[in-house]
Design a protein around this ligand. Structure first.
Ligand code: CU
Length: 161
């Protein structure tokens, strides 16, 4: 019973997200601009709007232009009681779930997207409301690149068209 409720909530969460406008062209341009940068960079960070006490997630892109793999080993933010690196999976019944992972590898010469229905940084039990336009600090620590501070603007579930 509890499990099915969680699955339903996840489904709603992801449904909302799939309605987000995706600026593919803009992303392509940004990716091209990243080409030639000689350090690990994080672009397009955002956090989903949610109320105090609820859960939310951070999303962003990590570009590793180097010849060596890097690894995201921790994430920290003051906005929630617990911050975890999560992945999404589909179980043997075809149901989608998510779970904590100890790290996320960012392969050399590639961009890894933390996005809805995929990798994300989970914020569990928010200490405060996260409202549209709020800017939230997220600290990511990578094995090689070290600490990266990113400011994630909050976006609503559904944007008017
Ligand atoms: Cu999660």
């Amino acid at each position: 019973m509890k499990k099915s409720l969680i699955v339903l909530m996840l489904a709603l969460l992801f449904y909302s997200c799939s309605k987000e406008k995706t600026d593919t062209k803009e992303n392509e341009i940004k990716n091209n601009l990243n080409y030639g940068i000689s350090e690990l960079t994080i672009t397009e960070p955002w956090v989903r709007v949610a109320a105090e006490g609820m859960n939310t997630a951070f999303f962003f892109k990590v570009t590793n232009p180097l010849e060596q793999n890097d690894t995201l080993i921790s994430a920290e933010s003051d906005i929630a009681e617990i911050i975890e690196i999560h992945e999404t999976f589909v179980d043997e019944n075809g149901l989608m779930g998510m779970r904590k992972i100890p790290f996320a590898v960012i392969p050399s010469n590639s961009t890894v997207e933390f996005k809805p229905r995929d990798l994300h940084v989970m914020a569990i039990r928010l200490k405060q409301d996260v409202k549209t336009g709020d800017t939230t600090l997220l600290k990511l620590t990578f094995n090689n690149a070290g600490e990266k501070k990113i400011f994630s603007a909050a976006r609503d579930f559904v944007r008017p068209k």
